[in-house]
Design a protein around this ligand. Structure first.
Ligand code: G3P
Length: 247
């Protein structure tokens, strides 16, 4: 069961920053999960929230700020003074430095916009530019983003995110009718033996988010889940070693 560091090693380091990604690699994660959004002037930056308010010293929506304005923000200070002056990464920087070193799960987060292909198209172009078709996974709660990625490059692996509980019921069952997506990414408490069996029978992987408690990790392992997203890849790695779990 592979370990993906959720927004990098986000338990200990500022989420979605190069430091969090480098520390995830050091901790032995198989991959990192990160969030991609477009700036006002059409550059892909790495940020989870629609606004910069929670994780940086700035204010405003990512989509209303220019790339230059976002580069001027501090994405570390809110996590602690020791992380001061940590910049918001651009996706290209992540690909350039970490591409090929571990798996990169890029979540396309254009949820506040109308349905459009811009983010998906640009992400595919970057993946191709850095020759990372085999080591980048695109995920999104928005199914159409995955359709656009597959349309542009069917060899890029795509995972559909399903929201927790009832809200995710449609997404968890949607893939029964679609052969184009490679994985389902459900909330971890929605995973059961039937779901894992059904998805894997159809050749799709199951990657569960976001799980930090070793008890839950063990349950998902026993269910045969393919990967977990966790905020603490080091603790997960240590738990694997102590329980002699296989990747
Ligand atoms: O992709 C993993 C799942 O946790 C969703 O990620 O960053 O939107 O919370 P995020």
């Amino acid at each position: 069961m592979q370990i993906f560091a959720h927004r990098g090693f986000s338990l200990q380091y500022p989420e979605n920053t190069m430091t969090a990604f480098r520390k995830a690699l050091e901790a032995g994660a198989d991959g990192i999960e990160l969030d991609a959004r477009l700036t006002l002037d059409g550059k892909i930056v790495v940020m989870h929230d629609p606004s910069v308010d929670r994780t940086t010293n700035g204010k405003g929506k990512v989509r209303d700020l220019t790339f230059a304005e976002i580069l001027g923000l501090d994405a570390g200070i809110k996590k602690g003074i020791v992380f001061e002056n940590e910049p918001v990464p651009v996706l290209e920087q992540v690909f350039d430095e970490l591409g090929g070193k571990l798996l990169l799960n890029v979540e396309l987060c254009n949820y506040e916009e109308g349905d459009n292909r811009q983010l998906a198209n640009m992400a595919v172009e970057l993946i191709e530019k850095y020759k990372l078709v085999d080591s980048v996974i695109i995920s999104s709660f928005r199914f159409n983003n995955l359709v656009y990625v597959k349309d542009k490059n069917p060899n890029i692996s795509c995972g559909l995110l399903a929201k927790q509980g009832l809200l995710g019921m449609f997404a968890r069952n949607l893939l029964n009718h679609s052969v184009s997506v490679d994985a389902l990414h459900p909330f971890y408490t929605d995973v059961n033996a039937k779901l894992v069996h059904r998805e894997q029978e159809c050749g799709r992987k199951v990657r569960a988010w976001t799980v930090n408690d070793p008890k839950d990790i063990r349950t998902l392992y026993d269910l045969g889940v393919d990967a977990i997203f966790t905020d603490d890849p080091l603790n997960s790695r240590e738990f694997y070693a102590s329980e002699k779990l296989l990747e």
